[in-house]
Design a binder for this molecule. Structure first.
Ligand SMILES: Nc1ncnc2c1ncn2[C@@H]1O[C@H](COP(=O)(O)OP(=O)(O)O)[C@@H](O)[C@H]1O
Ligand SMILES: [Mg+2]
Length: 250
């Protein structure tokens, strides 16, 4: 099952500098039998930053995100999200908004109605729906059927759904996947806006960003070779808006 976007509740956007890391992974590993989907991945995402998580198809991005969201159990290593070990999802998942792969929406309902349904299911006030739509730039099309939305609009609606819970951490798995250059620019601009609000965003992508500082690049380990870290540690100091922008250039 694909997790619905917007499975969040409660807390405010925080992302303040100097807090515990939003994500910490230490030799995180997932094997499916002989397939090493993720091998000894270690990185840290400081609170209040936007972290790009870059790797080709099959590098283990989605598997890593699934482990961080408690959807699959690691076979090795440890990780914590918002300071809570990933085995204790109930203690952090309400503060995490997630978008994994293409979000599913009712095509015959409007974007607003879809978010209202998700808000009801999540126990969020409906007043947040229009604010979320505004935030992702969909306010003008909120009354239109989702079936008529472009892929980029659907992705933005998925991000709006993930924002309904006012999460401390937003995890986006390839939000630009399948988009044309204009759509990619739209999503980039949206992530810049979220960064300006001080949110922590962990975003995976197949495309490397121009600045290597901004990404944690996964290297696929051949099955059977010596264990080694799949990725470098990811440490990105929180900084000025200018630095944030460079981190978002994926
Ligand atoms: N449920 C699963 N069972 C077996 N292999 C899997 C499963 N999920 C992922 N894999 C394998 O793990 C590797 C990493 O997959 P994935 O995390 O989806 O990579 P990415 O998101 O970077 O494209 C791939 O070889 C994939 O086939
Ligand atoms: Mg993937």
């Amino acid at each position: 099952m694909k997790p619905a976007a917007g499975t969040t509740t409660g807390s405010r956007w925080t992302g303040a500098v100097g807090e515990e890391p939003a994500i910490r992974a230490d030799r995180l590993t997932k094997a499916y039998g002989p397939i090493h989907a993720v091998q000894e991945l270690s990185f840290t995402v400081p609170s209040g930053t936007v972290a790009g998580f870059v790797g080709p198809n099959g590098a283990g991005k989605t598997t890593t995100i699934r482990m961080l969201l408690g959807l699959v159990a690691p076979t090795g290593g440890t990780a914590s999200v918002l300071g809570v070990p990933i085995g204790r999802g109930a203690h952090y998942l309400p503060r995490v908004g997630a978008l994994i792969e293409a979000p599913a929406f009712y095509p015959t309902l409007s974007g607003r109605r879809n978010l209202q349904v998700l808000a009801t299911l999540g126990g969020f006030p409906h007043a947040r729906v229009d604010a979320a739509l505004e935030r992702v730039g969909l306010a003008g099309r909120a009354g239109d059927r989702v079936g008529g939305y472009s892929l980029g609009m659907k992705q933005r609606l998925g991000i709006a759904a993930a924002l309904l819970g006012e999460p401390s951490l937003l995890v986006l798995d390839e939000p630009a996947n399948g988009l044309d250059p204009a759509g990619i620019l739209e999503i980039r601009a949206l992530l810049r806006t979220l960064a300006d609000d001080g949110s922590t965003v962990f975003v995976s992508s197949r495309r490397p960003p121009p600045s290597r500082k901004s990404s944690c690049r996964l290297r696929r380990r051949a099955v059977g070779s010596r264990p080694r870290s799949l990725a470098r540690r990811l440490r990105m100091p929180s900084g000025s808006g200018e630095r944030r922008e460079s981190r978002l250039s994926w």
